[in-house]
Design a binder for this molecule. Structure first.
Ligand code: PEP
Length: 253
């Protein structure tokens, strides 16, 4: 079975102490994961070493960065390089979250550079794509996400592409409490899989995990994750509450 993943995106929330307590509360729940299931915590940079050491004992749990620089190293004050993440043992990084695209002008080509650097350092990119409400209302969402994949990922050879995790996050559903219907999620995930299949072949299409993100909650996760092409979720708000995120993890297929 494809990997099924619950990924928490804490964004710029929680103090160090609150973050540590949240992780402890989640681990106390004694969650047992099947071999194909994984839980990833994308935490703020200053908490990565703590999160990494907290998850170390927990098989199938991992810490992730929420972003990285598209530059290798040098005079880029305030940036964090992929090499730095690698040097503290981080194996996952969210790339191209819509908030990065919108507030920090990250383009598909900048994201391609980040993807390349991550793969060079054996860090798995959790690559986000997704359309705005205006694009959805114009009916052009399929072409839009296809272009995001094409311009940021499709230069990769098959060996590298195989390492990617994709998160489909319709912008109109992020932090809004408005979730895509299971029909909308399944339709887009199947589309993404067929776009991957057309470029890399059907084996690749059925191998890559595609997570859904956008107001995943404890009370809708099971239904969303039950869609054939939805392989878990990238979760913002609900990942900040231990009991909610535990429920979401337990909703994985
Ligand atoms: C996200 O941060 O990627 C996200 C989907 O947020 P939320 O779950 O709060 O909508």
């Amino acid at each position: 079975m494809r990997h099924q993943i619950a990924a928490a995106n804490w964004k710029m929330n929680l103090t160090f102490q609150q973050g540590e307590k949240l992780l402890n509360d989640i681990f106390e729940a004694d969650i047992s994961l099947a071999p194909h299931q994984k839980v990833i915590f994308a935490v703020p940079f200053p908490y990565l070493i703590m999160a990494k050491s907290e998850v170390e004992e927990e098989k199938s749990f991992a810490a992730a960065a929420q972003n990285c620089s598209n530059k290798k190293s040098g005079a880029y004050t305030g940036e964090v390089s992929v090499e730095m993440l690698h040097s503290i043992g981080i194996n996952y990084c969210i790339i191209g979250h819509s908030e990065r695209r919108e507030y920090f002008n990250e383009t598909n080509s900048i994201l391609a550079e980040k993807v390349n650097l991550c793969l060079q350092y054996n860090i798995i990119p959790v690559f986000c794509c997704g359309e705005s409400l205006a694009i959805r209302e114009s009916g052009k969402q399929n072409e839009f996400v296809q272009l995001q994949l094409r311009e940021s990922l499709f230069h990769l050879d098959s060996e590298k592409m195989k390492k990617i995790i994709i998160a489909y996050e319709p912008i109109w559903a992020i932090g809004t409490g408005k979730t895509a219907t299971t029909g909308q999620a399944q339709e887009m995930h199947a589309h993404l899989r067929s776009v991957i299949g057309n470029h890399y072949g059907s084996e690749m299409a059925s191998f890559i995990p595609i997570l859904y993100g956008g107001s995943v909650k404890a009370n809708n996760a099971k239904e969303l994750f039950s869609c054939a092409d939805v392989d878990g979720g990238l979760v913002g708000g609900a990942s900040l509450v231990a009991s909610d995120f535990i429920e979401i993890i337990r909703s994985l297929k």
